[in-house]
Design a protein around this ligand. Sequence first.
Ligand code: SAM
Length: 272
Amino acid sequence: MAESQISIHYAPQDPLERIHATLQRHGLRFDALSRDDIAAFDEFHIGGRAQTRALAERARIDPETRVLDLGAGIGGPARTLAEEYRCRVTAVDLTEAFCRINALLNAQLGFGDRIDCLCADAVKLPFRAGSFDLVWFQHLTGNIADLAAVFAEVRRVLRSDGRMVFHEAVRGETSELHYPVFWAGAADHDNLVTAARLEAEIERAGLVPEFRIDTTEESRQLFRSALATPRAERPLLGLSVLVPDALVKAKNMLRNLESGALEVIQAGYRIG
Ligand SMILES: C[S@@+](CC[C@H](N)C(=O)[O-])C[C@H]1O[C@@H](n2cnc3c(N)ncnc32)[C@H](O)[C@@H]1O
């Protein structure tokens, strides 16, 4: 997807205004929000904070790990890693409006000294070779037309003993996807590939697999249960605070997961 299309997709109106308007409706103040208040929308991937924690455990992160989060969104995962694993995180995203919100939330929630926030494209990273121990991404590749360029950059910015972990939706081998979904409004803006293609691109860049977990069934259950939850019991500040048409997209996600058009994996690699 072209750079401008990505920002238009994720931030068609100013998402900060959207957040303020929702908070106002509920009588809440932006400067009084806690991490828990925003957990249902600042972790913008299947399974939210629980899946960030699961991937972090698999990634063996400790306070010395220098992490690069690619496609960091508004920064929920970076804050979870910085708070719970005490590591330093550099959060990069292409959508400027998301980077601004990320920086605001970091300052307000006390993460200014542990998270650096940058607006940049994953295909051309503004870092020196060997800057990071771990590259991390969640639900990024559906927006990436040139996977080879991204993984060449990942390899370049990693130290020689560096690792990469991800949590990604991938295209199933059988049915057609139904749109809109969270990363694309229509098929012509969708770059999602199959797991086999993703893994081949990664290995071509010189990374070798360490682990791979299929979380498709768990993801199906999560959508089934979220969509079956009565409105009054859903989180006050859900994903619709950030994402236009979140309910329609969530229903399509479940439909795609049930038809086999969509699968979800977590995986880890190291430099070969
Ligand atoms: C579905 S969101 C996931 C956000 C975050 N990883 C999370 O889990 O909360 C995908 C994010 O990838 C970002 N993105 C898409 N293409 C990108 C690129 N080429 N470089 C950097 N970020 C990109 C989008 O702006 C968006 O914030």
